[in-house]
Write a protein that binds this ligand. Structure first.
Ligand SMILES: Cc1ncc(C[n+]2csc(CCOP(=O)(O)OP(=O)(O)O)c2C)c(N)n1
Ligand SMILES: [Mg+2]
Length: 374
């Protein structure tokens, strides 16, 4: 197989300038040659979820600063790359993520209350407080439990999609990871395996320009991160990840190809992390504020709103109504999560093994006599 040939014909080069698929410009106008002509109802739903993700982020950052939750990972500026890509999957498909793609779980129906129960680590939390905040478990939404160990979800997703292939199930598995993760061993193992076994996997490389304090330019000697796919015989596409329409169209193309049995594809979603890495980070120590200022004009929410306004299907009043509704929903869910009881201390000992070993029984008894039980 001529990989170079394979690569260049499978990028959207012909339709996209510089190999990067784009549809909406900064004023919300579409390029008719690349416009996927999505239904207004779908685009409006994507827009609503993007706004919701941003408001949830703002609120979680505030709760963390108030000492009410321990930690938060935001996706400020990356909402289109996360939500429009999730929107391109079919209901039966599965998603594996890192820690920054909770918006994709919300798209798939993960409830805000379950999210807040995780954020507060209360007794109603599915993992009963065992996970970090933002590390959700949403199996019924076909969204695998979040692990923040960089790259592990890639091999998990490839194994999962290999199983689907063996069982002849019509399921595509998509996996999100960052630019930094492309340097992790698991990325290379996963890509290699997917390439050889032609698994129905869609690799969603969310390139937000930074891996904590390491810029993407220092992450790899590759000219473009999509070039890494070439070495594994995995076709690659690249799109403007701050353009919801381009993201949707590109990811949908990769999902259809995998569903048709053509094997894996990698999509690089070019976006930018406008916020801090997490609430534990201070980017002013390593990143020039002028870079962030420059990137702000590519804000994916603003661009999609302008697009909808140009179509005259969205207005300032609708925006205000939406924001008010999300605030009310958040208010109620936060109050419920914050007032819920904490997980029982006994659960630490009782929910580890099916049959509790003697040493844990002993430790549980000791703990229950001690001050922590109260
Ligand atoms: C195996 C491993 N090494 C290091 C870390 C610490 N760490 C957490 S996030 C991160 C950067 C990841 O960057 P990227 O993959 O670009 O994702 P982003 O955070 O930008 O979304 C690192 C090094 C980790 N979680 N796991
Ligand atoms: Mg990154």
């Amino acid at each position: 197989m001529d990989l170079q040939q394979n690569y260049s014909t499978t990028t959207l080069r012909s339709a996209a300038k510089g190999g990067v698929m784009k549809v909406i410009d900064l004023d919300g106008r579409v390029d008719p040659t690349t416009d996927p002509r999505l239904e207004v109802a779908l685009v409006t739903r994507i827009y609503r979820e993007m706004v919701r993700a941003r408001l949830i982020d703002e609120r979680m950052n505030a709760l963390q600063r108030q000492g009410r939750v321990g930690f938060h990972v935001g996706a400020y500026g990356e909402e289109a790359s996360i939500i429009a890509s999730a929107a391109a999957l079919r209901p039966q498909d599965w998603l594996f993520s890192c820690y920054r793609e909770i918006g994709a779980a919300f798209w798939r129906g993960f409830e805000l209350q379950s999210y807040l129960d995780n954020m507060f680590g209360n007794a109603n939390d599915i993992a009963e407080g065992r996970q970090m905040p933002d590390h959700i478990t949403a199996r019924r939404n076909h969204f695998a439990a979040v692990s923040s160990v960089i790259g592990t979800q890639i091999i998990n997703a490839v194994g999962f999609s290999w199983a689907a292939k063996i069982r002849k199930e019509d399921v595509v598995t998509a996996v999100y990871f960052g630019d930094g993760a492309t340097s992790a061993a698991d990325f290379h193992s996963g890509m290699n395996f997917a390439g050889v076994f032609k698994t129905p996997t869609v690799f969603l490389l969310r390139n937000n320009g930074w891996a904590i304090s390491i810029p993407a330019s220092r992450q790899s000697a590759c000219r473009r991160l999509v070039d890494k796919a070439l070495g594994y015989g995995v076709p690659a596409l690249c799109c403007d990840g701050n353009d919801a329409l381009a993201t949707y169209a590109t990811v949908q193309r990769a999902v259809s190809s995998a569903a048709e049995g053509k094997g894996p594809m990698l999509v690089e979603l070019q976006t930018y992390r406008l916020g801090a890495h997490t609430t534990s980070d201070d980017p002013t120590r390593y990143r020039n504020e002028s870079e962030v200022e420059r990137e702000r004009k590519y804000d994916p929410i603003r661009r999609l709103r302008l697009y909808l306004e140009n179509l005259e299907v969205w207005s300032q009043q609708e925006d205000e109504k939406l924001i008010e509704k999300i605030h009310a929903e958040l208010q109620a869910a936060i109050a419920r999560a914050e007032n819920a009881p904490r997980p029982a201390v006994a659960s630490i000992f009782e929910k580890v093994y099916r049959d509790q070993p003697a040493h844990l029984r002993e430790q549980q008894a000791e703990c229950e006599r001690g001050p922590r039980a109260r």
